[in-house]
Design a protein around this ligand. Structure first.
Ligand SMILES: [Zn+2]
Length: 481
């Protein structure tokens, strides 16, 4: 007897492509269908439903139609306040689980199918509170995911009379599965490798969070990580013969001959004109906006300083090779550049803290074999990590990449004067940076003030109110060899 278990992870609201996967999943008629978290947050469609239409995301109806059995909380589920999570859970015809969030959800889910009992245990990386920009999770307690998974697997094995145990972890691997080489910091964000080494009694291990594509066997355990953004799903074929259960994992990729569901309303909204600028603010290569001030980043700084009254401003760039704004600016242009629902915080930072933050930014670069400035190989694995690089506004500075990491800030001026270590500035940063993640610990401090409106909405308002846009900011920075 044979049946299949299907797992998705990190769909991030890419419902158009998910609708293609959905048709494929429907055909397979899986005995068990699991989502491993980061289900809705992260797409233009999600932004539209959260911020503009303020309605239940259409991906939930699709998931209900597909008869998902269970979903595991991902870290991005907590980008929403608890009452919105409660709403979302109510709309889902399947339970959301997490063993390591105290008194919040069921720890596991049991299904009887094909004459056996299967347990699905859910855990989420316990780093969730570290990324909480809006204090949504302060009333929740996240236990160490490894400890919680170990305890729950033991419990299920000894009390639930199950024949198959699936651990579904919204987290990834700190070490390469086959070589054991470290691929991530040993800080506890990703504990998948340790789970495989230290927990007895797992048959199938579903992972996610790192957006890697993995389908392999490790010590007899089927291990999968089905990528991200609905490009594929993981399918585990289970065979039962003479009471012996075997299983084998594979990834199944989206079939692009299937017509995706389209959302005309979203496209109409994205094509709505907001305002215009005197010049074209667009750029078309990856590095130029990262190597010097360009009109687009100056505009973002101008807007951030306008709404915060801060002295300095920090902005990040999306991981796109094209961006900025055309002369006629539409809602879709804003989302392309600023897809995240961050808000602005004003922090008091000293001259030495500013220097430290810039050194972290400078560390993403290296000089490659062709003697050009390139990203350092350390920022590319396991996925590009552009969120460790910021551009600063109203600050005149220079980063020299031929210098050693930690000594690359070779000029640091404010209004024509060299910044001293004890000088203090009011700096506008996004709420993500203000969590102090990725070693930006100098940013983790009480904000002097905050602007609760999210950054994409602020720039939409700024463009609308200041059209035609002019750049008045004169500061500049340069990244050089
Ligand atoms: Zn994700």
């Amino acid at each position: 007897m044979e049946f299949s278990i299907i797992a998705t992870s990190d769909i991030h609201g890419h419902t158009e492509r998910f609708s293609q996967l959905a048709k494929m999943i429907q055909k397979e008629k899986p005995a068990l269908l699991i989502d491993n978290g980061d289900f809705l947050q992260g797409s233009h469609l999600s932004y539209y439903y959260e911020q503009v239409k303020k309605d239940i995301h259409p991906q939930i109806a699709l998931a209900n139609e597909l008869l998902y059995d269970v979903a595991i909380f991902g870290n991005h589920e907590f980008n929403y306040p608890l009452n919105e999570i409660a709403h979302m859970r109510k709309a889902c015809h399947f339970p959301w689980i997490a063993a390591n969030i105290r008194d919040f959800a069921r720890p596991y889910f049991i299904k009887e199918t094909h004459g056996i009992r299967i347990a699905v245990i859910g855990v989420v990386t316990h780093f969730v509170p570290q990324w909480d920009e809006d204090d949504y999770t302060t009333s929740l307690f996240f236990e160490d995911a490894l400890a919680s998974a170990k305890r729950t697997v033991q419990h299920v094995r000894s009390h639930e009379n199950v024949q198959l145990v699936i651990l579904s972890y919204h987290g990834g691997f700190e070490q390469d599965l086959h070589t054991g080489h470290r691929i991530d910091l040993e800080d506890g964000e990703n504990q998948g490798y340790a789970m495989l080494q230290q927990i007895d009694g797992i048959d199938i291990f579903i992972t996610g969070h790192q957006h890697l594509e993995i389908a392999t066997k490790v010590n007899g355990i089927s291990v999968v990580q089905p990528g991200a953004n609905a490009h594929c799903f993981a399918q585990i074929t289970v065979t039962i013969e003479d009471d012996e259960i075997t299983h084998s994992p594979e990834l199944v990729y989206v079939d692009n001959s299937i017509q995706p569901q389209t959302f005309d309303e979203l496209n109409q909204w994205k094509n709505t004109w907001i305002g215009e600028s005197e010049i074209d603010f667009s750029y078309s290569d990856f590095f130029s906006p990262r190597f010097q001030s360009i009109p687009y980043t100056q505009l973002i700084h101008q807007m951030q300083l306008h709404y915060t009254g801060a002295q300095l401003s920090v902005t990040e760039l999306p991981y796109h090779s094209t961006g900025g704004f055309p002369k006629n600016i539409h809602y879709g242009d804003v989302l392309h550049n600023l897809p995240r629902a961050n808000h602005l915080k004003v922090l008091a930072l000293t001259g030495s803290e500013i220097r430290e933050a810039l050194e972290l930014c400078a560390a993403v670069f290296a000089i490659n074999d062709a003697h050009e400035i390139d990203f350092s190989s350390t920022v590319h694995y396991p996925e590009p990590q552009p969120y460790t690089y910021d551009c600063w506004g109203e600050l005149d500075y220079e980063l020299t990449i031929s210098q050693a990491v930690g000594q690359r800030v070779t000029k640091l001026h404010y209004q024509g004067r060299e910044i001293q270590p004890d000088d203090v500035f009011e700096v506008a940063v996004n709420s993500y940076r203000a969590t102090g993640s990725h070693h930006f610990t100098m940013m983790k401090k009480q904000a002097i003030r905050e602007v609760p409106t999210i950054i994409p909405k602020l720039i939409m308002r700024y463009i609308h109110e200041h059209s035609p846009i002019k750049i008045t900011l004169e500061s500049s920075f340069q990244v050089r060899k």
